[in-house]
Design a protein around this ligand. Sequence first.
Ligand SMILES: [Zn+2]
Length: 223
Amino acid sequence: MAPPLAPDVPPPSPADYRHLLKPTPLGWPRLNHWCVWIEPGASEGPAALWDGRWRQAVDGALASWQQNLPITVVADTARAQVQLLRRRPPVQNKRASHGRATLTLVEVRRGEPGQPAGPWQIEPQVTVQLSPGQGLQAMQATALHELGHAFGLWGHSDQPGDALAAIPGSQPVLELSSRDRATLRWLQAQPGLAAPGVATPATVTPAAVPPAAGPAPAAPGAN
Ligand SMILES: [Zn+2]
């Protein structure tokens, strides 16, 4: 079965980095509203301090995104499109990193309890692995970057002051830049994912989207 045509990569705009984003074969992996599940940490004992710092970094990064995008933190993993895990990503392609986001497209049926289930629809599902082994600011910058991938920015900015910078600058970026926000606004105005005609409920398309080829290509989500 031939997949539908992926949307074209847009022409560059001076105010953002939309042209460096990659769509999936089924379209732009964006949603009007995201549900995020965050791995719970220890509430007492020696681990509580470290888990608490990790959570503080995550909450700080999430707050920046929440100013620009409807995001709900949920307690039920089944409701979440984004799962944030407190672990160091395994080494991949001989590259170690403190954060990694991985995208899968799944076909789901959403509905409220007691209501008829909605139609089958394609949804992005993202796993973010975020290492607890950094200083607070570095962790928050990594979380801000990886969450950008999770919310559909599958690509990297070419400027170091952006949260989604391919090559981080000397200062950790703790808030979204105007270019990050402009890129997100552009993305949110695009059509979302579309089902490829008649599909079975079990359809799962691995769609980790590599950035454009270049020197030292960073895996999506590698910081
Ligand atoms: Zn990245």
